[in-house]
Design a protein around this ligand. Sequence first.
Ligand code: TRP
Ligand code: SF4
Length: 337
Amino acid sequence: MNERKIILTGDRPTGKLHIGHYFGSLQNRVKLQDEYNQYILIADVQALTDNFNNPQKVRNNIKELAIDYLACGIDPNKSTIYLQSMIPEVAELTMFFSNLVTVARLQRNPTVKTEIAQKKDLFGNNGESITYGFLGYPVSQAADIAIFNADIVPVGDDQLPMIEQTREIVRKFNSIYGKVFTEPEAVVGKFPRVKGLDGNAKMGKSLGNAIYLSDSEEEIQRKVMGALTDTTKIKKDDKANPEVCMVGYYHKLFSSKEKEEVFNECKAGSRGCVACKKQLAKNIIEYLAPLREKRRYYEQHLNLVDEILIEGTKKARKRAMEVMKQVKSAMKIDYFK
Ligand code: TRP
Ligand code: SF4
């Protein structure tokens, strides 16, 4: 039997995961873990590139993220969840890769550019105080992926420039030192970017417009009741356009059964917004119920979460060490074998 293909993916431990993450990549990861050898990293080193002055925040979010993964259905018997900082080979490979990328290329990376512009407090109004570490994090991300020689990377669409840059770096490595690495492919979910409850194109903590996987029933209810609707609809029996309403938009994700009915009734003016929101809240609550149940289990078994991370990291390190051996041999730095 052929060895299974390898997936590498992960997230920065800087906050709770929301339904945007779920539809953008988590759902894919749960599905793909049956067919692939999947590694999922908790990117604490990368999180420190823009939280170097707040290490406690990163630390606090490690288990939160692990529990989010487990709650979604990432199965530790099928997927390997590990901590980035505990694989020193990744830092080593980052150093070697840093020779293969120009500063100008890093400055052109669209995701990094956007992030620099958003972090004026840290990096200055025009990015003049950008750190070497932050500018270079795509190199470290390339090492995350390459150290497992991953074939596939399931991510949200904001990460596509990172995968492109990874492909360039490994191509350059292979052309100079001989073929060690596979060029990875990105896989983006069915709904690559879920809009916020307020209609904002992005869902995020700072925007206060997200439904988190860990939200309680009451929180979901409250958030849905405050969602942006078609503002032209004033009275209950006004006709409206569900396409410009966030409730209509979320019904598409969570109400496969009633979706058509919702849209028809909204357009015909036979549906009130309050009832429509209540129905959506109920559907989201039901949809996320199995996740909340799994979360409760792991929250009561935190030692088990530790064990999963320790075991996962051990397994991941083993694979990283094997690939590092090939890297060093290709680069002729395998002295005293
Ligand atoms: N950049 C990703 C994020 O912002 C996290 C990440 C780090 C990652 N290394 C990775 C994702 C490797 C996919 C593959 O959440
Ligand atoms: Fe939105 Fe539903 Fe109101 Fe239509 S009836 S505007 S879909 S909340």
